[in-house]
Design a protein around this ligand. Sequence first.
Ligand code: C2E
Ligand code: MG
Ligand code: MG
Ligand code: MG
Length: 288
Amino acid sequence: RAKDAGKNTHRFFAADMNSQTFERLRLENALRQALERREFELHYQPQVSAVSHTFEAVEALIRWRHPTLGLVPPLKFIPLAEETGLIRPIGVWILNEACRQLTAWDAAGIKVPRVAVNLSARQFSPALVQQVAEALHASGLEASRLELEITESLLMQNPLEAVDILHQLKSLGVHIAIDDFGTGYSSLSYLKRFPLDALKIDRSFVDGLPLDEDDAAIAEAIMAMAKKLRFTVVAEGVETLEQSQFLQTKGCALLQGYYFARPMPAGELAGWMKGRSVMRLSADEVMI
Ligand code: C2E
Ligand code: MG
Ligand code: MG
Ligand code: MG
């Protein structure tokens, strides 16, 4: 009987594997065609100054507008794009599209100071420097208005090569931020060797602020260290006024999260900016 059960388990497992493999293949094929079919789009989430709440930057976040599945979030396809290497051509598209969008906003008189673009580890090669230079050149965007978000684990995979590539990127004039800071395997001693501009405190530490003592301790420690090393600190996943106030008091420079805005299509940003300025005006009036 035990043997039968084992067999059944095995058979179910195999059937499951087949459907999973099939699903994966289907997704992989669709992903291969998505670039040609122009199914990717970038959404943009604002970052605001913690002190004045002025609009300072956007983070570009990719979405896949699949013909039947609808809007697919990045965690559903970026891992597969990374495994298959498709992230390289997709990554080039992301860089170009984000830079192009900023200059399109410029031309329309919409003031978006800076854009942050996420990079996958597989994009992080010597070829990246050329790709970034080309995206800047093709769009005419000033390099200091582009920030590249990388992860700790990417840096730690090959620190020596990473330092070299980062220096080349920095010499183009772009900013570098560490995303999801605190979640990866990181060696703090390396931080000072990398030419970095900003640390983004991971959402998981912002979650419990201000009451959770562990989250508060970690967030404060990151901010204290960042201050000494002269990095800008950005908090992600800010959902409440209390989180926003805590982070501001402890010296966080920029805030990003649903409390201020969700990621939105490029076409909605101007409306968001306008709505805010109306709100801020009427708030001022109330104070007078
Ligand atoms: P990330 O770079 O850490 O991006 C922040 C994620 O947190 C985004 O999810 C954003 O929508 C979400 N978020 C922002 N504010 C809040 C909040 O207040 N509460 C909550 N619960 N979530 C918030 P999204 O867009 O689904 O992206 C997930 C991850 O996918 C990103 O994490 C990034 O690692 C990756 N990703 C997104 N776009 C790209 C891209 O263009 N290239 C690459 N390589 N990876 C990307
Ligand atoms: Mg990011
Ligand atoms: Mg993050
Ligand atoms: Mg991330």
